[in-house]
Design a protein around this ligand. Sequence first.
Ligand SMILES: Nc1ncnc2c1ncn2[C@@H]1O[C@H](COP(=O)(O)OP(=O)(O)OP(=O)(O)O)[C@@H](O)[C@H]1O
Ligand SMILES: [Mg+2]
Length: 233
Amino acid sequence: MQSKAVVCKNLRKDFGKGEDAVKVLRGVDFQVNYGEMTFLVGPSGCGKTTLLSVVAGLLNPTAGDLAVLDADIAKLHSSEAVLFRRKNLGFVFQQFNLLPALTAAENAAVPLLAAGWSRKPAVEKAVVLLRDLGLGERAHAKPNQLSGGQQQRVAFARALIHEPRLLVCDEPTSALDAETGHHVMELLRKSAVRADRAVLVVTHDSRIYNFADRIAYMNDGLITRIEEQQNAA
Ligand SMILES: Nc1ncnc2c1ncn2[C@@H]1O[C@H](COP(=O)(O)OP(=O)(O)OP(=O)(O)O)[C@@H](O)[C@H]1O
Ligand SMILES: [Mg+2]
């Protein structure tokens, strides 16, 4: 069988314990294929961010199996898991989580610095990527000097810069106008959809559905339907 970028089997996540437990993931069966962009859509509160956070290793599942890039995440020691994530995963969160004291380019360079690059080449690579994202002029501005959509593109650059094998994005175009959103998704397809890579995107933005190879519909803590799109943009 062809290996998968992500495999979730009967994945459960409760917040809290006992009678007060909130059951948010209620037995998710779900896969992400290599070489594809998979979208996860569904109503607010159905568990999309929770599922992304579990897949990305930011939350531990309550029960079930999870394999990410052929690694059984639960079997890694926590320090190994941190290194594995740092090297192989990129995230764009619903909140952009930029570091306020760093410039746009320094923020985007953080994954390279964490991987041991020296500052100058890391920041230079970040500036090139920011230029591709239409932010060349703002590369040396601090986050509080940037608009929401500009900050979101810095978060994108940070997620892409180390060429992660799995890119996980939560509402990546929420702060972008249609044209910029389209451009960012094109860049994402070009750089992150490769035979040995995969992208998982949570979105409410129907303007970008045409970029998906596969759309997984989520409702009330379960994946209810998966739709393949033959002609992804
Ligand atoms: N730490 C937490 N403790 C308790 N409940 C939580 C926690 N985090 C999330 N929830 C609940 O889990 C449910 C799913 O939340 P989640 O953030 O995954 O939804 P979502 O599908 O991403 O929604 P949105 O589209 O609004 O971002 C919600 O009812 C939320 O209140
Ligand atoms: Mg969410």
